[in-house]
Design a protein around this ligand. Structure first.
Ligand code: AAL
Length: 435
């Protein structure tokens, strides 16, 4: 990837040089038109547009097809963990395989009513989809048929104590034959800023029993810091012999137009139970929602989705801190929990993954309804060779365009008509103002 950085710099310098030589856009090429079969090496004997420069300097001539960190995603419903009204299952962990069994851990809420918002919530009415929830687990022999086993780590049943409101959004680490579930603990009343910190529970077997730390293992930032309001989406792995845990930080300024919206940070520890030291470089991404980072070759890659200017990209960093966009992806799994067999091996040869679980909002949108789990398949692996997943040109049918989240609503239509009216000129050449 250093190679990629050098290429980038080189490309940038070349581009500047070209501009300073005053490119004439109307000039015809003396070499004839660009060839249909892409030359393997960047042509140096003909003029290249900035975009074609970039194709060679940043992406590679065979586009996404040859990019190990590009994939599209295909989804499969899961009968036992699928869309069942009255039960919400979401935010699955990475999947682990122990003996011949896969294990997945996830947030599960079984309340009498759907979420009612922070103002109306009480001891039995949830504010959000992940309120009044516990961490459950399921097992599978083939990754397609899952059996729910029950609660792994519940919220604290003692009211007034740490973690009494909800236990959610877990991810797993396996070190020295011990299993660690990091998760979001909510204490007391649920608030508007989704106020959790991250704690941990450990066990000698993937089925538990789990021992809870009972206090934060990653603390929220101090007032005014980017992660002041909450630590979300813990995502641990072993890298360079240490525990690297990525998380989403949340602040109180999210609704301030100048506020930082979504970003991820890194906390590093020698031991799974901490102490964790937050990187001085945090945030290490400027975008993203739920975390999904994984050892890839000698560095760390991650799918960055949903929020921010670099949403829906795969990013790579040689050191776990300095991430670059290496592909653009579509229909990215929400809150992916992939099966990454080497997530804890720290061998500098990360292979990536080809499948996992994710969640789907039953009614689209955010935290006011319920979710269910689904399986996704992809090719973000150095081991796999699945051309079907390297295809571009995805097109969707009417169910996608006219679903609730995409369909133009009445209030949008009013805005759209007003915007069109404000800029409603007759289509006449050269006309720029209304009469
Ligand atoms: C998810 C995650 C965290 C948030 C909430 C539940 O998408 O980012 O887990 O707290 O939403």
């Amino acid at each position: 990837m250093n190679f990629m950085k050098d290429k980038l710099l080189f490309g940038f310098t070349l581009t500047l040089l070209c501009y300073s030589c005053q490119i004439n856009p109307e000039k015809e090429s003396s070499q004839g038109a660009f060839p249909a079969i892409l030359p393997d090496e960047k042509p140096t004997d003909r003029p290249l547009s900035k975009s074609m420069e970039r194709l060679y300097d940043k992406w590679g001539p065979h586009e996404d097809r040859a990019n190990e960190l590009y994939s599209n995603f295909k989804y499969t419903p899961l009968p036992n963990l699928g869309n069942i009204k009255g039960v919400s299952r979401r935010d699955p962990s990475k999947i682990i395989k122990v003996d011949d069994t896969y294990y997945a851990y996830y947030t599960c809420r079984k309340t009498q009513s759907e979420p009612v918002g922070v103002e109306n919530a009480n001891d039995s009415l949830p504010a959000y989809d992940w309120d009044l929830a516990d961490i459950w687990y399921a097992t599978s022999k083939d990754g397609f048929t899952w059996e729910e086993q029950g609660i792994a780590v519940g919220r604290n049943p003692k009211k007034g104590e740490y973690g009494d409101r909800s236990a959610t959004t877990t991810d797993i680490l396996v070190v020295n034959n011990k299993y660690y579930l990091y998760y979001q603990a909510f204490t007391g009343k649920m608030g508007n800023a989704d106020p959790a910190d991250v704690t941990v529970a450990w066990a000698d077997a993937p089925q538990g029993p789990w021992v809870k730390l009972g206090k934060p293992v990653i603390e929220r930032g101090a007032k005014g810091e980017w992660d002041e309001a909450a630590i979300h989406d813990p995502n641990p792995m072993v890298f360079n012999g240490k525990v690297y845990l990525y998380y989403k930080g949340q602040n109180y300024s999210m609704r301030d137009p100048k506020g930082l919206i979504r970003a991820h940070g890194l906390a590093v520890a020698e031991n799974p139970l901490g102490p964790f030291v937050k990187s001085a470089y945090n945030p290490v991404t400027n975008s993203g929602h739920e975390t999904n980072y994984f050892p890839f070759k000698d560095g760390i890659a991650g799918t960055v989705s949903i929020d921010g200017p670099e949403k829906n990209t795969v990013q790579f960093s040689p050191d776990g801190i300095n991430f670059d966009v290496v592909s653009h992806i579509q229909m990215v799994p929400v809150s992916p929990g992939p099966f990454i067999p080497d997530a804890f091996s720290s061998n500098g040869k990360g292979k990536g993954f080809t499948w996992g679980l994710c969640h789907i909002n039953a009614k689209g949108g955010g935290g006011q309804n319920y979710c269910f789990l689904a399986r996704f398949d992809c090719d973000l692996s150095t081991e796999a060779d699945m051309p079907a997943f390297k295809k571009n040109n995805l097109r969707f049918d009417e169910n996608t365009y006219f679903q609730k989240e995409m369909r133009l609503k009445w209030e949008h239509k009013k805005q759209a008509l007003k915007a069109a009216e404000d800029y409603s000129l007759e289509t006449i050449s050269g006309k720029t103002e209304k009469k």
